[in-house]
Design a binder for this molecule. Structure first.
Ligand code: PLP
Length: 429
C-alpha cells in the first residue's frame, strides 16, 4: 500500500533549508498529521498528482477556491488570454467593472466594493472601514474563527492558531489585540456578555457565517439573525467574512442561504478562480469612507489584477449556470452519507458537520458547535484516517480541524471510491 514519496521527501529537505518549515503557509507542512508533505505537480478536475507520480482524489481544492476543480478549461483559457494582453497595468481595466457588477448582482447588500489580493487584506480593510465609519475602535470576533493573519484578528484564530497551540501569535503587540473582543461561536449570550459595557465602543462584529477554519461548524438556527439584531440595536456593523462561503453555499453566499444581510462582506478564494483575488464591500454610505472617496486609506499594486479577475469572472459565470449548487449539494450529501455510514459500520464515533459542499468529519461522539468542542475531537484518530486515505489515493486536509471541499468536478464514482477507501481505513482505526 505504501506509495513512493522519495521525490517529495527530497524536495522537502531542500525546502526546509530555504523556507520556514519548508512551506509558505504553515498547515502545508503536515505538522499536525506527521509524515512528508506531498509536493504536487499537476491537477485536473477532481484529481491531483504528486512529484512521485501518485494520483489522488482531492478534497482540499486549494482550501476552497477550486469550486470547479483543477484547471477547468474555460478558466485556463481566460487567464491565458488575459496574460497575453498584459498581466498588470496599475490602471483601471474593463474586467474590474465586470467583476464588480457580478458581485453586486450576487450580493444585494453590496453597493460598492473594493478589490484586493487576499482574504487577509479583505478582512483587515473591512474592519478598518467599519472603524472609520463608526468612529469606534473595538472589534468583536469569535473563538476559532480565522480572518487571515491580520494582527488585531490573530486572537483565538482557528486552525492555524489552535493546531500549534498559540492562539495569540508572537509579534503581535498587546496594543493591537487590546481592541479585540472575543465571544463564543453559536452563543448569543456570550456576545451580550462581552458587549455589556463596551457596546458603544464596538465598531464591528466579524464572523464566519459558517465557520470553516475550526473544521466546519454551521450556525445554530437564530445565531446569525441574533447577531444582526444586536448589531442594529447598538449601531455596530456586522461583517460576514464570506471568504470561504461566498459563492460556495450559494451565489449570494451565506447571506442568501440563511437570509441574513451583513453590513460589510469580505470575499476571497472562489472570487479569484484559483488566482489571488479578494474583495470587501457594503452599502454605498459605508464604502464612501474608502479613499479616494473618503478618508480611509487602502491601496494595492496588484489589486483587481486582470489575470486573476479573468479567472474569477469566468468561474462566477460558470457558477451562474442552472443546477450547479444542486449538483454540489448532491455530491456532498453523498460523501457525508457514505463517510458516516462507513464510520458507523466500523464502530468509530464521528460527527460529520456539513453546510453545502463544505464539511468536516470530526472524530468524536459529541456534537461540535464551537471551538471548545474541538477538545473532544481526536487529532490522533484523524491523523491515522488522513494517512490511511492518502495511501489509498484520497487527499483530505492535513489537519483535524479543517474543511473538506467538494467541487463540481467530483463525480459519483470519485465519491464511491472515497467511501470504499474510508470503509477500509475506518475498520482499522
Ligand atoms: C482563507 C480565509 C481568509 C484569509 O484569506 P487569505 O487569502 O488566505 O489571506 C480569511 N477569512 C476566511 C474565513 C478564510 O477562510
Amino acid at each position: 500500500m505504501n506509495r513512493p514519496t522519495d521525490r517529495s521527501a527530497q524536495l522537502f529537505q531542500r525546502a526546509v533549508g530555504a523556507m520556514p518549515g519548508g512551506v509558505n503557509s504553515p498547515v502545508r507542512a503536515f505538522g499536525s498529521v506527521g509524515g512528508t508533505p506531498r509536493f504536487l505537480q499537476r491537477g485536473a478536475g477532481s484529481h491531483i498528482w504528486d512529484v512521485d507520480g501518485n494520483e489522488y482524489i482531492d478534497y482540499v481544492c486549494s482550501w476552497g477556491p477550486l469550486i470547479l476543480g483543477h484547471a477547468p478549461q474555460a478558466v485556463v483559457e481566460a487567464a491565458c488570454q488575459a496574460t497575453r494582453r498584459g498581466s498588470s497595468f496599475g490602471a483601471p481595466t474593463e474586467i474590474e467593472v465586470q467583476m464588480a457588477e457580478l458581485v453586486k448582482q450576487c450580493f444585494p447588500g453590496i453597493e460598492l466594493l473594493r478589490m484586493v489580493s487576499s482574504g487577509t487584506e479583505a478582512a483587515m480593510s473591512a474592519t478598518r472601514v467599519a472603524r472609520a465609519y463608526t468612529g469606534r475602535s473595538k472589534v468583536l470576533k469569535f473563538d476559532g474563527c480565522w480572518h487571515g493573519h491580520v494582527d488585531a484578528l490573530l486572537v483565538r484564530a482557528g486552525s492555524t492558531g489552535l493546531q500549534y497551540g498559540v492562539p495569540d501569535s508572537a509579534g503581535v503587540p498587546q496594543g493591537c489585540a487590546s481592541d479585540t473582543l472575543v465571544a463564543r461561536y453559536n452563543d448569543l449570550d456570550s456576545v451580550r456578555q462581552v458587549l455589556a459595557g463596551s457596546a458603544d465602543d464596538c465598531a464591528a462584529i466579524i464572523v464566519e457565517p459558517v465557520a470553516g477554519n475550526m473544521g466546519v461548524i454551521p450556525p445554530r438556527p437564530g445565531f446569525l439573525q441574533g447577531l444582526r439584531d444586536l448589531c442594529t440595536q447598538h449601531g455596530i456593523l456586522l461583517i460576514f467574512d464570506e471568504v470561504i462561503t461566498g459563492f460556495r453555499l450559494a451565489l449570494g453566499g451565506a447571506q442568501e442561504r440563511y437570509g441574513v444581510r451583513a453590513d460589510l462582506t469580505t470575499l476571497g478564494k472562489i472570487i479569484g478562480g484559483g488566482f489571488p483575488a479578494a474583495a470587501y464591500g457594503g452599502s454605498a454610505e459605508i464604502m464612501h469612507q474608502v479613499s479616494p472617496l473618503g478618508p480611509m486609506v487602502q491601496a494595492g499594486t496588484l489589486s483587481g489584477n486582470p489575470v486573476a479577475l479573468a479567472a474569477g469572472v469566468t468561474t462566477l459565470r460558470a457558477l451562474q449556470q442552472p443546477g450547479v449548487y444542486e449538483l454540489l449539494e448532491e455530491r456532498a450529501a453523498q460523501l457525508e452519507a457514505g463517510l458516516s455510514e462507513a464510520a458507523q459500520r466500523a464502530g468509530v464515533p464521528v460527527r460529520c458537520n456539513r453546510a453545502g459542499s463544505m464539511m468536516t468529519l470530526f472524530f468524536t461522539e459529541h456534537p461540535v458547535t464551537d471551538a471548545d468542542d474541538l477538545a473532544h475531537c481526536s487529532s490522533e484518530r484523524y491523523a491515522a484516517f488522513f494517512h490511511g486515505m492518502l495511501d489509498r489515493g484520497i487527499a483530505f486536509a492535513p489537519s483535524y480541524c479543517e474543511a473538506a471541499f467538494v467541487s463540481t468536478a467530483h463525480t459519483p464514482e470519485d465519491i464511491e471510491q472515497t467511501v470504499a477507501a474510508a470503509r477500509e481505513v475506518l475498520a482499522q482505526l
